[in-house]
Design a protein around this ligand. Structure first.
Ligand SMILES: Cc1cc2nc3c(=O)[nH]c(=O)nc-3n(C[C@H](O)[C@H](O)[C@H](O)COP(=O)(O)O)c2cc1C
Length: 377
């Protein structure tokens, strides 16, 4: 049976459901061009703002590795280790909108059949800032971008009215989404922060504002470890560090939990899954929970900057999977999206060894126990 890797998500046709997420792999025209040549179905640009940002001195991203035979975790390069996570404190693109505009147009002309999503970010403190969102949205869609992803989730912006500070406030999420929707002709995806108590609350705000999809997760707020010998953080500038974002394998189960909350609360909506994906098996978990597309950052950063081998494995894995499950009638991603969504239930609904002994975590009711049979003498 022939398999079809293409999919439709928020009305857009993708040659495959795998995108590079907004991050260093999509920070330049040459990277995005290489990514499309390598086979990615879409890319989300590094987040574009109106004004240039200035990053901290020194490295902006480091990779934490775990030893195979000890509990040691460190960013130091050494043999016999496995990737645990990425840690970054990079801000949005250090190139502002004017730099991006001609490049977006050129990329779209060169790759009309690939999906180019512009990630955008502005503030939210006043009407002028809210209009900046519209300026960004209009400029990107006028250059042919197929969709907009509004970044409501960067965990380390230095402004109080930006990034995850918007994403933590359901009303601001709604207002910003609505403001962008007012001017956009293309689908708008809202990228939410996982750093809230109940992500369903902010997602509802985004949908009320008109969002066409939710992307989740951005990185999780985190710190680098302190080196026990030097007593310095493994990443620091002059001995100081601020919180940054954790990505990569360590966040895969965390992001899946956030995603299952979202897809269960809004089973008819569209979701793009992000967090810890390195191969098809990881992506499959997101699809089965209800995501129509997935996005990848850390694994691609570690594979020639744009993930040529990662995308090869993802498409080969999807092809193998569809071939193996042809007998179920699954010929495309849409055939199995959400199949496991309803398998996440309250703990009280999970089978116990002895159901009679289980009282939902409460004391058993007193006085209702069956009387013991009288022992016959
Ligand atoms: C160095 C770095 C820079 C990032 N920059 C952005 C950004 O500009 N905008 C954004 O929405 N997400 C940004 N992210 C978050 C990623 O797009 C992604 O949501 C996160 O890394 C989780 O995916 P992963 O586990 O595949 O890395 C960045 C991540 C890293 C590691």
């Amino acid at each position: 049976m022939s398999v079809d890797l293409s999919t439709t998500f928020t009305g857009l046709r993708f040659r495959n459901p795998f995108l590079l997420s907004s991050a260093p792999p999509t920070e330049s025209e040459s990277n995005i061009t290489r990514a499309f040549d390598a086979g990615w179905g879409g890319v989300v640009t590094k987040t574009i703002g109106l004004h240039p940002v200035v990053n901290v001195v020194g490295p902006k991203t480091k990779f934490l590795r775990a030893d195979a035979d000890s509990p040691h975790l460190s960013m130091k390069k050494r043999p016999n280790t496995a990737l645990h996570s990425s840690w970054n404190w990079e801000l949005i693109s250090d190139k502002a909108l004017d730099w991006w505009v001609p490049r977006l147009g050129r990329i779209k002309k060169a790759f009309p059949d690939h999906v180019l999503v512009a990630s955008i970010m502005a503030g939210s403190g006043n009407d002028t800032e809210l209009r900046h969102w519209q300026t960004l949205a209009l400029a990107c869609q006028n250059e042919g971008c197929d969709a907009l992803e509004i970044n409501l989730s960067c965990p380390h912006m230095d402004r109080e009215d930006m990034g995850s500070n918007i994403g933590k406030d359901r009303e601001l999420v709604s207002v910003v989404t609505k403001v962008v929707k007012e001017v956009s002709r293309v689908p708008v995806w809202a990228k939410l922060t996982p750093s809230t108590t109940d992500i369903v609350v902010e997602a509802r705000g985004a949908f009320l504002g008109g969002a066409d999809a939710i992307s989740s997760s951005n990185t999780f707020t985190s710190l680098p470890l302190i080196d026990a010998e030097t007593l310095e953080f493994e990443v620091h500038v002059d001995g100081l560090v601020s919180t940054g974002g954790l990505g990569g394998p360590a966040i895969l189960p965390l992001s899946l939990a956030k995603m299952s909350q979202l897809t269960q609360a809004f089973p008819d909506r569209s979701f793009s899954g992000i967090g810890g994906i390195s191969n098809f098996e990881h992506a499959l978990s997101y699809f089965l929970l209800g995501c129509g597309t997935v996005q990848i950052c850390t694994a691609a950063m570690l594979d020639h900057a744009v993930g040529p081998n990662v995308i090869k494995e993802l498409t080969a894995g999807l092809t193998r999977f569809l071939e193996a499950h042809g007998d179920r009638g699954w010929t495309r991603v849409a055939d199995f999206v959400g199949r496991h969504r309803d398998r996440i239930v309250a703990q009280s609904q999970i089978r116990r060894p002895d159901e009679k002994e289980y009282h939902g975590g409460h004391d058993g009711a007193e006085g209702y126990a069956a009387p013991e049979e009288a022992v016959r003498s």
